[in-house]
Design a protein around this ligand. Structure first.
Ligand code: ADP
Ligand code: MG
Length: 339
């Protein structure tokens, strides 16, 4: 008899996990921005170079990490966000798997600077291929900066698979917008090769949508507001006359996460029945809030898909609420509920 099964070393397991979580530079952007939000940051800066292929850096003014946590955060399944399996059904944070930093550190060169409010000096760690290569004390503001360099340096197939800088930048901007559209009170900025792409001040939702998508958007928005026992629905849809031949700007958020869901997308679009010419698409920015116990976010590696307990009820309420709001707008076009 010969035994041939072995446990994989951590750095190999991390690299395998990274294959799921980190598909491209934009995936890193999403994970780092979400960590900054979970850390309670009120100001978040994103720096990228060469479409994220050589640098992705997120600097936040959140709560920072202790020296021990700064080392520990790169371990797989190391998280401060959940403690028990029950917590999975009452998620209050974007993260919960403790996988992102471990995955990123397995396939890039990572430099972390972090400091908590009461610490005098912060912690500075460099990590390559899942191993810490240097650690020292550093003078740094309260908060965390994580710089990810040379993504996929040790996975040539992945690196070669990356698309043009233009396409990868587009993906990064999409992720940036999806996060910034949820957290309008947080200040965000983004720089690409040292050029400012966005500088977004703390504001309300309508102002955030306008500052991301342009001034003209303001006059196109019909507000949506509904609250029932099972959900809260808010946000805006585009006035029918502003629908687009191309697919419009369509953003659907559930409990503050950008979610893709064709069934509920259909609910929304069908509310426009009879109002749109054939081949035209509405834009929308819809924020659905449901009790965390009625959804399962843990069904997809990038958490962009979600399982609902009561999809049919949600469908009906979304459709009728949007229909009603559009009707109201048609009767009194001047009506405007500023959020
Ligand atoms: P998760 O977000 O699922 O917990 P991550 O691998 O993304 O897993 O992060 C691991 C841990 O590192 C987090 O739970 C958090 O405690 C800490 N952490 C990561 N990023 C930051 C940050 N920007 N500020 C403070 N703590 C952070
Ligand atoms: Mg995370």
């Amino acid at each position: 008899m010969t035994d041939i099964i072995q446990l994989l070393p951590d750095h190999v397991a991390n690299q395998i996990a990274a294959g799921e979580v980190v598909q491209r530079p934009a995936s890193v952007v999403k994970e780092l921005l979400e960590n900054a939000i979970d850390a309670g940051a009120t100001s978040i800066k994103l720096l990228i170079k060469d479409a994220g292929k050589s640098l992705i850096q997120v600097i936040d003014n959140g709560k920072g990490m202790s020296e021990t946590d700064a080392r520990f955060c790169f371990e797989r399944h190391a998280t401060s966000k959940i403690r028990t399996a029950e917590d999975l059904f009452n998620l209050q944070t974007k993260g919960f798997r403790g996988e992102a930093l471990a995955s990123i550190a397995a396939i890039a060169h990572v430099e972390l600077k972090t400091k908590q409010a009461l610490q005098e000096l912060g912690t500075h760690i460099k990590i390559e291929g899942s191993s810490i290569v240097s650690q020292d004390l550093i003078t740094t503001p309260k908060g965390t900066s994580i710089a990810v360099k040379n993504l996929f340096y040790n996975i040539p197939a992945r690196r070669n698979f990356l698309k043009s800088n233009q396409v990868e930048t587009r993906h990064i901007i999409d992720e940036f917008q999806r996060v910034a559209l949820v957290h309008s009170t947080i200040e965000f900025s983004m720089y690409h090769n040292d050029n400012e792409v966005y500088r977004l001040n703390s504001c309300n939702l309508r102002q955030r949508i306008v500052s991301i998508l342009g001034k003209k958007t303001n006059e196109k928005l019909v507000p949506i507001n509904e609250k029932t026992d099972v959900l809260t629905l808010s946000g805006f849809v585009s006035k029918p006359e502003f629908s687009k031949k191309k697919r419009g700007e369509q953003f659907f958020f559930v409990n503050d996460r950008f979610i893709k869901n064709s069934y509920l997308h259909h609910a929304l679009v069908s509310a426009f029945d009879g109002l749109l010419a054939g081949g035209y698409h509405p834009s929308y920015f819809l924020y659905l809030t449901v009790p965390p116990s009625t959804i399962d976010i843990n069904i997809h590696p990038t958490k962009t898909e979600i399982k609902f307990d009561n999809e049919k009820i949600l469908y009906a309420i979304i459709r009728s609420t949007v229909k009603h709001s559009l009707g109201q707008y048609n009767i009194t076009p001047a009506l405007d509920f500023n959020r």
